[in-house]
Ligand binder design. Structure first.
Ligand code: FE2
Ligand code: FE2
Length: 174
């Protein structure tokens, strides 16, 4: 199976267990919320969900797939642009998981596992221990995806600067 085929199979699993959340207009509000670089919060959440399914299946973990997927989809459902709000990076880092949980509780039916996935996904920055293996999987998947997104952004920025230096050396120096 190629990488693309594997991703498609994991995405199919996501829609099988939580198509109502993944395809909902409520979750798509995250398209308006920027995440890392040019990646929207919606793209990030979907990537984290696919990565969680991938990790759980490659480690052959017996997980509550529906709860894990719903928690992963909603883990960053905080619905604000912290760069525009009167919020510091630190406040956002510590507080957004609680805000995501409050919004998700308001808009969706969640199991205790899905709620724990959302609330604890910032572990260990948020020092409360995850209670379920599903929460650990999503927390790890979140860090993998965030790292990839930041690296992609930095490498695109470096390429852009190099190109500008090459074609307009004076402008790039400014
Ligand atoms: Fe987060
Ligand atoms: Fe995240």
């Amino acid at each position: 199976m190629t990488r693309e085929e594997r991703r498609a199979a994991h995405l199919e699993t996501v829609y099988h267990y939580a198509g109502d959340v993944a395809g909902s207009d409520l979750l798509k509000r995250e398209e308006e919320v920027p995440q890392h670089g040019s990646v929207s919060c919606y793209q990030h959440s979907l990537a984290v969900t696919v990565m969680s399914v991938r990790l759980a299946s490659s480690l052959r973990l017996r997980v509550d797939m529906e709860s894990m997927i719903k928690g992963a989809l909603l883990h960053d459902y905080y619905l604000y642009d912290w760069r525009k709000e009167d919020t510091t990076r630190r406040e956002h880092g510590f507080g957004h998981a609680r805000r995501a949980l409050a919004n998700a509780d308001r808009d969706f039916e969640l199991t205790p596992i899905a709620r724990d996935v959302i609330e604890k996904h910032m572990f260990p920055l948020n020092p409360e221990m995850p209670r379920y293996k599903e929460s650990v999987v999503v927390s790890v998947a979140d860090k993998i995806c965030a790292t990839k997104e930041v690296c992609r952004f930095l490498s695109a920025k470096a390429k852009d600067t190099a190109a500008r230096r090459r074609f307009a050396p004076q402008a790039a120096g400014r």
